[in-house]
Design a protein around this ligand. Structure first.
Ligand code: ADP
Ligand code: ASP
Ligand code: MG
Length: 417
């Protein structure tokens, strides 16, 4: 008997019919003698709908109340799924995050898990129940309900798998696995049999929504055996592991893009020590994540620098920089929206020269200007304007030999949710 964690995303439980299908899959594992712990997301677009409703009442809802509201989405799913499993003759018990022993830091909207006490889960598994846990939520030691950030049910699943020492954590979604790029956008994307934790972490951080970055971080830290597969087909999925075999001649494993990029430029700043420390210190204190930072050369004792933030944080970042103008005087502050960061990722990039040159050449051939460039050992990102981002992704996908001849997208329905 294995102990298996199965996580079903919003589209997989988007209707009662889909819930029934999921219940059948869970029952199959139980009938095969496995212990099963299931993590579920809110049904379909429930989380988005709840956010819309809150905004109709309050443009800036209190974060505590927002967590109280959003946690409800997952609670509906767990109860319904437990009922569906009961209906086909299997014992099942649903738990909220708190009941499952998931403790988080006291941060609303994006809390990290600090501890898991899975006693009740073990008890329920041992008494033959399929255990259904609400994803995306936990509670602080003070008993306040928190959520883990959008897409956070993946993190619940992997963290639980680590805590109960599950044999495998299966993430069921609406595509057949992890692809070389988003298969909903690039039809000739290639399904990957394997990908390393490090590569997956880069792709997830760089915009590939298929797994939440924190879930991958957890899987790497606790060496959780992770598989991404479709809840709509029986096809084998993608294994996410420490070392993944790279197909012959393939240096780039995947391409990700992030459409939510804004650039802020601060021009004519005094070229004196401490400027960057003050600006980025102030941004960090305001909870703004800064991504790429570029400083240009100095002229007459003045420097220019630019950085990128998520588009949602642009206005806040501008106010923060303006608020410290007394301490860090500058000549001008400008900003640009509608930028896209396109990234290539592959463990093989470390030992293969010419990967960057190929990327730049492919973009140059399209006559597209690079606004910013940044690299790490296993990735290279460029920032370009949004209009032609899709062309760039397609060109890079074929430049690095990732295209498949057949239509790669075989999972899931036409309509997402
Ligand atoms: P779930 O509701 O199951 O958590 P998500 O929407 O969060 O599903 O994640 C699955 C989606 O991720 C897919 O429908 C696909 O459009 C998108 N995606 C983006 N990049 C990739 C990739 N490289 N491989 C697979 N899917 C990707
Ligand atoms: N329901 C939450 C969301 O939509 C969490 C999740 O689906 O993972 O973001
Ligand atoms: Mg998701």
């Amino acid at each position: 008997m294995s102990l298996i964690v199965m996580k079903f995303g919003g589209s997989s439980v988007g209707s009662t019919e889909r819930m029934q299908r999921v219940a059948r899959r869970i029952a199959d594992y139980k009938e095969a003698g496995h212990g099963v712990v299931v993590v579920v997301s809110a049904m379909g677009d429930t989380t988005d709908d709840l956010i819309d409703q809150s905004k109709q009442l309050n443009e800036k809802p209190p974060v505590r109340e927002m967590d109280m509201l959003l946690a409800v989405g997952e609670q509906i799913s767990v109860a319904l799924l437990a009922m569906a499993i009961d209906a086909i003759g299997h014992k099942s018990k649903s738990f909220t995050g708190w009941q499952a022993g998931i403790e988080t830091e006291a941060v609303h909207g994006k809390a990290r898990i600090t501890d898991i006490r899975p006693d009740r889960i073990h008890e329920a598994v041992e008494s033959g129940h399929a255990v259904i846990v609400a994803g995306f939520q936990g509670a602080t030691v003070q008993g306040e309900i928190t959520t883990l950030g959008r897409g956070g049910s993946d993190t619940t699943a992997v963290a639980l798998a680590a805590a109960i020492k599950a044999d495998v954590c299966e993430i069921y979604t609406d595509v057949d696995g992890v692809y070389s790029t988003d298969p909903r956008v690039v039809k000739c994307a290639r399904k990957l049999d394997e990908i390393s934790y490090d590569e997956m972490l880069e792709l997830a951080n760089l915009g590939a929504a298929v797994l939440h970055p924190r879930a991958v971080e957890y899987a790497k830290n606790y060496n959780v055996k992770l598989v991404v597969r479709s809840s709509f087909t029986q096809n084998e999925g993608t294994s996410v592991k420490e070392e993944a075999v790279m197909e012959q001649g393939m240096v780039v494993r995947g391409i990700a893009y992030d459409k939510n990029v804004a650039r802020i430029s601060i021009l004519g700043v005094g070229d004196v020590p401490g400027v960057l420390a003050k600006v980025f210190g102030a941004l960090a204190s305001s909870g703004i994540d800064v991504d790429i930072i570029v400083q240009s050369g100095t002229q007459e004792g003045k420097a220019d620098f630019a950085f990128t933030v998520s588009s949602n944080d642009r206005d806040k970042a501008i106010s923060v920089v303006e608020s410290i103008r007394g301490e860090v005087p500058y000549r001008e502050l400008t900003s640009e929206q509608n930028l896209v960061k396109v990234s290539i990722v592959g463990a093989g990039m470390v030992s293969n020269p010419g990967v960057a040159a190929k990327m730049f050449a492919a973009i140059y051939d399209l006559g597209i200007n690079l606004i910013m460039v940044t690299t790490s050992e296993i990735r290279l990102s460029v920032v370009i304007t949004a209009e032609r981002a899709q062309e760039v992704v397609l060109a890079l996908h074929s430049a690095y030999g990732l295209d498949t001849a057949e239509q790669a997208f075989v999972g899931g329905p036409q309509d997402r949710r």
